[in-house]
Design a protein. Structure first.
Length: 258
């Protein structure tokens, strides 16, 4: 009974986040009389996570520590222009079987059409990750929640209103393997971004809703070290003082676990 209650509570919590795009798009439709600007994009991501012994470092004191290395390339303007890169290393600790905590850095050089003026963004990020597999009838879905805080700086946009932008991100996702072909699966995910303050003057973020990313796609487990996920992502951006932006994204991901 306790396990069933946990599953129901988890489904409810995950569902609130996964269904958030419905309310976001509904609010946008009600409040935006001019219509969103629309772009087709291609986002490509490789994320590797591992234990330190996979790097040849066998110190027993590091048994519960993890490393993270991520690289992304994003193409805008109908997928024809390289518009943003993200390099994101991190250091984590395995709290228990389901939970990890992380601290890391990110560098995100950005140009058009993601920004009218090119800039380099620096970030420090803290993260709490949770994931667990459940048995629901013939299915064995893995539910995951990720809470991330970011401190963000753009050197070109220093302003008396504040040089540091604080942002909260909440991701919920589920991976459902196909019972007859467990190497294949369905992935549903949604992530909400919220600015916690005003920063960088008129050109910077303003406190409140920033963006929403909803993803649906397929997964294929190549082996015990590698999994790929390819699908469609819808990104809705709230642009203060400007027309909101809706991006239709071909999202290609390779996840490595060592």
């Amino acid at each position: 009974m306790l396990i069933k209650q946990k599953i129901i509570a988890l489904l409810a919590a995950t569902g609130l986040v996964l269904l958030a795009p419905i309310s976001v798009h509904a609010e946008s439709a009600l409040n935006d009389n001019t219509g969103d600007s629309i772009d087709f994009q291609s986002w490509n991501n490789v994320t590797a996570i591992g234990k330190f012994d996979s790097l040849g470092i066998t110190n027993p004191k590091l048994a519960n520590f993890r490393w993270w290395m991520e690289g992304q390339g994003r193409f805008g303007n109908d997928g024809t222009r390289f518009s943003q890169a993200i390099v994101r290393p991190g250091l984590g600790y395995q709290v228990n079987r389901t939970t990890q905590v992380w601290l890391g850095y990110a560098w995100a050089p950005t140009t058009a059409p993601f920004a009218s003026t090119s800039f380099d963004e620096q970030r420090i990020w803290q993260q709490l990750s949770w994931a667990d597999r459940f048995k629901i009838g013939p299915f064995n879905p893995t539910f995951a929640l990720r809470t991330r805080f970011e401190e963000r700086w753009v050197e070109q946009w220093k302003d008396p209103s504040g040089d540091t932008g604080y942002r909260f991100r909440q991701l919920a996702r589920v991976l459902i393997p196909v019972p007859q072909a467990p190497n294949f699966g369905l992935v549903l995910a949604n992530e909400i971004f919220v600015h916690m303050n005003n920063a960088w003057g008129a050109s910077g973020p303003h406190s409140g809703f920033d963006q929403n990313r909803a993803f649906a796609g397929g997964a294929y487990t190549i082996n015990k070290f590698a999994r790929t996920e390819i699908g469609y992502m819808n990104q809705t951006l709230n642009r203060f003082g400007n027309t909101n932006l809706m991006d239709h994204i071909l999202s290609t991901n390779l996840f490595l676990n060592f």
